[in-house]
Design a protein around this ligand. Structure first.
Ligand SMILES: Cc1cc2nc3c(=O)[nH]c(=O)nc-3n(C[C@H](O)[C@H](O)[C@H](O)COP(=O)(O)OP(=O)(O)OC[C@H]3O[C@@H](n4cnc5c(N)ncnc54)[C@H](O)[C@@H]3O)c2cc1C
Ligand code: SF4
Length: 338
């Protein structure tokens, strides 16, 4: 038996005090990822700091017309919140494409951001894995790498970030509000998750003594022209091989603004502003969508079992942008609710 302590934080300051005092401790929110990792002996926290009862479970409108989502808002409450369904249906679609209803009821907004990769070698403690045990090697590079990354990889790690919700948050230009012993700060969503580089053990730029307190959305939600496409091995209960969040602002037959982010292809949700810029001022058609896809995938590299993802992503991007332009999103259920 592996012993660990358990403590419940009374408020956010208490949670920060506890994690700062014991760096080998871990916050626990819904527990849907962390408990699995503990059972597999991948994570061995000395103490679980239970943050599930902190008052971070509200969704509020902000002064600039956006939304502030508390870190403990369950994924299902977020997906079905009337303001999210009406103004940010891309986010609802992405969340509802993930996990199962039971898991979404438990999973928190903050925990979804901090969930760890689904690389099988990361879970298999008898194989080398630089993310689990820095310096031990990467079993995936020359192993079974069908689900692995094609963009932003390194010689140390080719894992992907498994979240659906985060792909929509990247496309929507969300911000992450965190606090720690020093101060509260806000990070652009794109700066929150890291590429693996030489330190794949570190998934994000959250400091070890910081806690996520909220995710903030700007006012623009792209509610008219959006789509989230998740391509996976099974229709439910499976992580994305490739997922695409697309959002457009159209002015007549011209793209005024475009957003494009991919999941299942990199160590972080992959948003490419160059591909978005290439769509601005263009007509929303397959030729221009294909050009944007080629630009986004310009540095893509396939490994033995996952090279198919490059073509899959290209075709998925064209399809998702087409659905967005035609206001026929992949998830019709969200469209109907509106
Ligand atoms: C069978 C299965 C299928 C799944 N399928 C999908 C899927 O298709 N798509 C998808 O996107 N996800 C999927 N998930 C993942 C699921 O969405 C995550 O497990 C969940 O979002 C994690 O949230 P949690 O609150 O349970 O986190 P926890 O397990 O409590 O914590 C996860 C990590 O986040 C840290 N943490 C939690 N809250 C905070 C905070 N506020 N500040 C700082 N650190 C924090 C914890 O310390 C821990 O390291 C699946 C999970 C399972 C088990
Ligand atoms: S891809 Fe990353 S997580 Fe997977 S075995 Fe290699 S180092 Fe570990």
């Amino acid at each position: 038996m592996i012993n660990f302590q358990y403590a419940r934080a009374n408020d956010v300051a208490d949670a920060v005090r506890m994690i700062a005092a014991e760096p080998s401790a871990k916050f626990i929110a819904g527990g849907t990822n962390l408990i699995d990792l503990m059972k597999e002996d991948v994570e061995r926290p000395s103490r679980l700091i239970d943050i599930s009862r902190l008052p971070l479970n509200t969704i509020e409108q902000t002064a600039d017309g956006g939304l502030r989502i508390g870190a403990l808002v369950p994924n299902s409450d977020l997906a079905h919140h009337p303001l999210v369904e009406q103004r940010y249906p891309l986010l609802s679609s992405a969340i509802l494409a993930g996990a199962s209803a039971q898991l979404r009821n438990m999973a928190s907004t903050g925990g979804n951001l901090l969930q760890r990769t689904r690389c099988a070698y990361f879970y298999d403690t008898v194989t080398p894995c630089n993310k689990r045990e820095p310096g031990s090697g990467c079993s995936a590079i020359d192993g079974v790498n069908r689900i692995h990354a094609i963009l932003g990889t390194s010689e140390a790690c080719i894992a992907t970030h498994p979240s659906d919700m985060c792909v929509a948050l990247a496309a929507l230009d969300a911000r992450v509000r965190v606090t720690g012993p020093a101060a509260e700060r806000v990070m652009a969503f794109n700066d929150f998750h890291r590429l693996p580089g030489n330190t794949p053990q570190t998934d994000t730029n959250l400091l070890p003594d910081e806690i996520v307190i909220a995710v903030e959305l700007p006012a623009q939600g792209f509610a008219e022209n959006y789509s989230y496409l998740k391509i996976r091995d099974r229709l439910s209960y499976a992580f994305a091989l490739v997922s695409i969040a697309a959002a457009l602002e159209l002015e007549g037959d011209t793209i005024k603004q475009a957003r494009l982010a991919l999941g299942g292809v990199a160590h972080k949700p992959w948003r490419d502003t160059a591909a978005e810029a290439a769509l601005r001022g263009q007509a929303p058609n397959a030729v221009n969508f294909g050009r944007a896809a080629d630009l986004l995938l310009r540095d893509a590299r396939g490994y033995e079992h996952n090279a198919f993802k490059i073509d899959l992503a290209r075709r998925g991007i064209v399809r998702t942008l087409t659905q967005a332009a035609q206001a026929t999103p992949q998830s019709q259920s969200v469209k109907k609710i509106r």
